[in-house]
Every structure is written in structure tokens, then in C-alpha cells.
Design a protein around this ligand. Structure first.
Ligand SMILES: Nc1ncnc2c1ncn2[C@@H]1O[C@H](COP(=O)(O)OP(=O)(O)OP(=O)(O)O)[C@@H](O)[C@H]1O
Ligand SMILES: [Mg+2]
Length: 269
């Protein structure tokens, strides 16, 4: 099987940096995710697609330690990390760009970036990474002394990604980075995600509702519905599936006009 990046994808992931097995996470009595298993191969971009409420954010929060699963395991680089503190998981090499950006509005851009490196002691390395961030996002350098709260939504998303870069993660979790951005900015953000993956060798787990963009940059994808994985495949193959075209890419089958195909029941249920 050949992926969009031209590499061979094995059915059994050869070298998973992250393995999630049967995790269940609850909000009190409400299940956010109901038994999810997935693998992320080192060096890849893997995407999780799903509608509102499917459990995408809960999945990322469970991996980054913001929520504890009731059941299941999360294995990162061969070690179980479920139920560890977010701080420890970040030190282990995972950084989480949360939904809705969540920058510190009353700190400057520069101070937000320093906060991203709080687990590190290597001053020279931090300086190097600050330079790297400003190379990726020159606009942030120009505004480094301004309060983050004064940035536009798109600029705040850039800052949130930059702050996550400052811990030098080997795995970055991105929760809907395109949300609320103009098409041009969405394109820019996805280019940066690909650069990070290619140039810094950061493995990416990308949660998105923007299926078109996500499927074009990722190697492999999972589809989440009501807390469960209902489909997985290479993104090349997912793009060709009728259900994906219809429900996630908003495309109808040629010749189906007038047949109300949009009312067709999803075949994976
Ligand atoms: N704080 C909360 N308290 C109770 N239930 C919650 C809470 N947050 C999420 N849920 C529920 O958990 C389920 C999964 O939510 P989650 O936020 O993970 O979905 P999502 O796929 O990220 O959705 P969206 O695309 O809207 O961000 C939903 O049924 C949701 O109602
Ligand atoms: Mg969400």
C-alpha cells in the first residue's frame, strides 16, 4: 500500500510512537470516548476525523493527561503514560495544542513562548528553538512584545502551535487548528504542520473537522463517531470512499443528483 508521501504503509504499524488501546473516558456518567484503539507511526501525520461531539477532544485530552481514562492504555515510545500528569507527559515528549488556542492573553508573545519551554533547562537550546519558531512565524517575531490577547484568531493559533514547539516534542497533538480561520490562513497553518513533520521530524496527531485539508496532508486516518472508531485507512483510500466523500467532503456521487443520496444511511453503522 502506498501513501500520499509515497511511503509503504504496513497494515500492522511497524514502529508506533503512540499506541492507544481500548481507552474509555467519562465526564461523570457521560462517556466521551467508548473504547478507542489507534496507532501512530513515528514520523507520520495521522488524522482523526469526526463530527461535533464525536470524542476528538476527549481523545487528545486523554493522551496528554488532561483527563484520565477509566479503562485502557496509552503507550508512548514503549512506556505506559495513561493517568500520568500532563506535566510528566509533556516532559516525556508529547505536546498538546488545545482546541480554541488558549494562549495566555495578558502575557506577551515572547512570554507565551517561554512558558512553552518551562520544562527545559537548556538555555542555548531554548534560544535556538525561539529562533526556529520566529523563522516559521516571522509575524510573531514582529509582535513579540505585544500581549497575546491583542493578536487575531489566526495569529493566536500560530502562537499556540509555536508554544507547543518550544518543548521540542516528538509527538504533537493538534486539536482543530483550522477552526474559525480564513481559507488562506488554513492553508498557511497546514503548510506549517507539514514543514514541522518534514523538517523537525515531529510526529503529528491531527484532529479535524476540515476533512478535505486533513486528508490532503495526513498519511493515515481514523474516523470517529459517537466515541468509537468506525473506519481507518490510508488517506489516499479514505478520500476515495463514498461515505467519506458524501459525509465528510460534501461530494455526491456522479449521476446521483435528485436521488436524495444525502439521506442514505451510513454503511459503517
Ligand atoms: N465538559 C463536559 N461535560 C460533559 N460532557 C462533555 C464535556 N465535554 C464533552 N462532553 C461530551 O463528550 C462527548 C465527546 O465530546 P468531545 O468534546 O470530545 O467531542 P469533539 O469531537 O471534540 O467535538 P467538537 O468537534 O465539537 O469539538 C460529547 O458527547 C460531549 O457532549
Ligand atoms: Mg473538540
Amino acid at each position: 500500500m502506498t501513501t500520499s508521501s509515497g511511503l509503504i504503509w504496513e497494515d500492522d504499524v511497524a514502529d508506533p510512537i503512540l499506541s492507544v488501546s481500548n481507552i474509555e473516558t467519562y465526564y461523570g456518567p457521560i462517556a466521551g470516548i467508548r473504547g478507542i484503539s489507534l496507532d501512530v507511526e513515528a514520523g507520520r501525520i495521522v488524522t482523526v476525523l469526526g463530527a461535533n461531539g464525536a470524542g476528538k477532544t476527549t481523545l487528545l485530552k486523554t493522551i496528554s493527561g488532561a483527563m484520565d481514562p477509566q479503562k485502557g492504555t496509552v503507550v508512548f515510545e514503549g512506556r505506559e503514560i495513561q493517568k500520568q500528569s500532563p506535566d510528566r507527559i509533556m516532559r516525556a515528549g508529547i505536546s498538546h495544542v488545545p482546541e480554541g488556542r488558549e494562549v495566555f492573553p495578558f502575557l506577551t508573545v515572547h512570554e507565551n513562548l517561554i512558558m512553552g519551554a518551562y520544562t527545559r533547562k537548556d538555555k542555548a537550546g531554548i534560544q535556538d528553538d525561539m529562533a526556529l519558531v520566529y523563522d516559521y512565524f516571522p509575524l510573531l517575531e514582529a509582535r513579540s512584545r505585544q500581549h497575546a490577547g491583542q493578536l487575531s484568531g489566526g495569529e493566536q493559533q500560530m502562537l499556540a502551535i509555536s508554544r507547543a514547539m518550544m518543548s521540542r516534542p516528538r509527538l504533537m497533538l493538534l486539536d482543530e487548528p483550522s477552526l474559525g480561520l480564513s481559507p488562506i490562513l488554513v492553508g498557511q497553518i497546514f503548510e506549517i504542520i507539514q514543514r514541522l513533520n518534514r523538517e523537525q521530524e515531529t510526529t503529528i496527531l491531527l484532529v479535524e473537522q476540515n476533512a478535505r485539508m486533513a486528508l490532503s496532508v495526513a498519511d493515515y486516518g481514523y474516523v470517529l463517531e459517537v466515541g468509537r472508531i468506525v473506519m481507518e485507512d490510508t488517506c489516499d483510500r479514505l478520500r476515495e470512499k463514498e461515505d467519506i466523500k458524501e459525509f465528510y467532503l460534501g461530494m455526491k456521487e456522479a449521476g446521483a443528483r435528485g436521488k436524495r443520496r444525502w439521506k442514505k444511511k451510513k454503511t459503517w453503522r
